[in-house]
Design a protein around this ligand. Structure first.
Ligand SMILES: C[S@@+](CC[C@H](N)C(=O)[O-])C[C@H]1O[C@@H](n2cnc3c(N)ncnc32)[C@H](O)[C@@H]1O
Length: 216
């Protein structure tokens, strides 16, 4: 119970910070705290490529959890490689969802405020969703991440793809969470199922993970 309250407090704090950041920087990579659009897109490419490795060109639905202002949908629309992907966007921040609906006025219903998809999808995808934290306890933040992943895993057919910044030992520095890659894989395998990690190309320190709920 105490944990639930604490996790809800983390999300309230995150909501304030992301709302203010979007208001000051607008629909840009910097508006969701990325250094550049190229690092934002490199992360998208790495995560979607992991999905592609598992599903090929079969029609595949993904829920983008922590979709921000909808940059991933833009990326998908512009990329010939990912035209078979059906996209849903979810974010805890109402201002982000409002920005998505403004950006994609013909598809307002594919976006929703929340922390899990309301429909079953093939994969949930998280890009940068867990990097910023107001916790100062890496173990607790790790537990928060697993609680989020757990909730989303039940809404998927195949599993989860996500990225995290990683260092050999889990830590929080200047409100940024760094996971231990090995410990994260071990916990994900014990808790969910087969998990694969690979360094994200062109993004130093970032690791892309795929966690499957059952052998594909
Ligand atoms: C660093 S931004 C990344 C946005 C987007 N994925 C991108 O790369 O452009 C993180 C986003 O995740 C959202 N977020 C954080 N925790 C979340 C959670 N537990 N569930 C859903 N959204 C979350 C934030 O509101 C924010 O919009």
């Amino acid at each position: 119970m105490l944990r639930r309250l604490l996790f809800a407090r983390y999300e309230r704090q995150l909501n304030r910070v992301y709302r203010d950041r979007l208001a000051s920087k607008g629909n840009t990579a910097q508006g969701v705290f990325w250094r550049s659009q190229s690092s934002q897109f490199a992360r998208f490419d790495a995560l979607l490529s992991l999905v592609h490795q598992l599903r090929g060109y079969q029609p595949t639905s993904i829920a983008d959890i922590g979709c921000g202002y909808g940059a991933l949908l833009d990326f998908i629309k512009r990329s010939s490689k990912f035209q078979h992907i059906e996209y849903w966007g979810v974010d805890i921040n109402r201002a982000m969802i409002a920005a998505c609906r403004q950006k994609f006025p013909h598809q307002p219903d594919i976006f929703s405020t929340g922390n899990r998809p309301s429909n079953i999808v093939d994969f949930c995808l998280f890009s940068g969703t867990f990097n910023l934290t107001h916790s100062d306890d890496p173990a607790l933040w790790n537990d928060y991440i697993f609680a989020c992943l757990d909730r989303c895993m039940t809404q998927t057919r195949y599993g989860l793809v996500l990225n995290l910044l990683c260092t050999p030992k889990a830590q929080i520095q200047k409100q940024i969470f760094y996971a231990s890659r090995a410990a994260f894989v071990k916990r994900a395998e014990a808790h969910f199922g087969p998990t694969h990690a690979q360094s994200t190309q062109h993004v130093t320190g970032d690791v892309s993970f795929v966690i499957t709920r059952k052998p594909l």
